[in-house]
Design a protein around this ligand. Structure first.
Ligand code: NI
Length: 213
């Protein structure tokens, strides 16, 4: 069922339909670019925890690492479900990756500072190759379940907290460019127009299209 959802969300440029069936153990999925309704619509809770969901998560990890990215949400691969993966090492360089299914997120009050072009510069695989600064909350508490429906929670700070806010937004149909202040929002809109995005049917595939370089 997921495979058909993925294919349904890829327009003429999508490559999902070209994946041979039965599919390989791990697959890099095409990443949907801004303009497709799947990215701008709230996603639905996961209710079926089966092998298909495991395969989706494997593929999402693979796709995120190949991009490369630090997070990837279901809607970005055309799956309108409340699920995201993340991969962000801690300060000591220890691997810190996981999947959050049906997450809830609590955040500390957002600072009222002006965004810093360096420290706050954020990007998104669905607006590939672009970065714009956005002030985010410093702390976040994530509560979710894993693939075995086991609840867990993670307290995050700094950039790790930013990743959770960014990915959680994706599940609510919000991109970081929707949150930019006026000046950067205009620049982002211009970049999207210039790239010919902002309408359905655009995607890119890590390893095939070089858009994040
Ligand atoms: Ni994103």
């Amino acid at each position: 069922m997921l495979r058909s959802i993925i294919e349904a969300h890829h327009g003429r440029t999508g490559r999902a339909a070209a994946v041979p069936y039965p599919e390989p153990a791990m697959a890099i999925l095409p990443i949907i670019i801004t303009g497709n309704p799947v990215l701008h619509t709230p996603a639905k809770p996961v209710t079926v925890f089966d092998d298909e969901l495991r395969t989706l998560v494997d593929d999402m990890y693979e796709t995120m690492l190949a991009a490369p990215g630090v997070g990837l949400a279901g809607p970005q691969v055309g799956v309108p479900l409340r699920i995201f993966v993340y991969n962000y090492p801690d300060d000591e360089g220890n691997e810190r990756r996981g999947v959050a299914i049906n997450p809830e997120l609590w955040i500390s009050p957002s600072p009222v500072d002006e965004p810093d072009e360096d420290a706050d510069s954020e990007g998104c695989l669905s607006v590939p190759g672009e970065r714009f600064p956005l002030v985010r909350s410093q702390k976040a508490l994530l509560r979710a379940v894993d693939l075995d429906q086991k609840p867990f929670e993670i307290e995050a700070e700094g950039w790790f907290a930013r990743i959770f806010q960014h990915e959680f937004d994706h599940l609510n149909g919000v991109l970081y460019v929707d949150r930019l202040d006026l000046v950067y929002g205009r620049r982002a809109a211009k970049a999207v127009r210039r790239a010919g995005w902002g309408t359905p049917g655009n995607s890119w595939t890590p390893g095939i299209d070089d858009l994040e370089g």
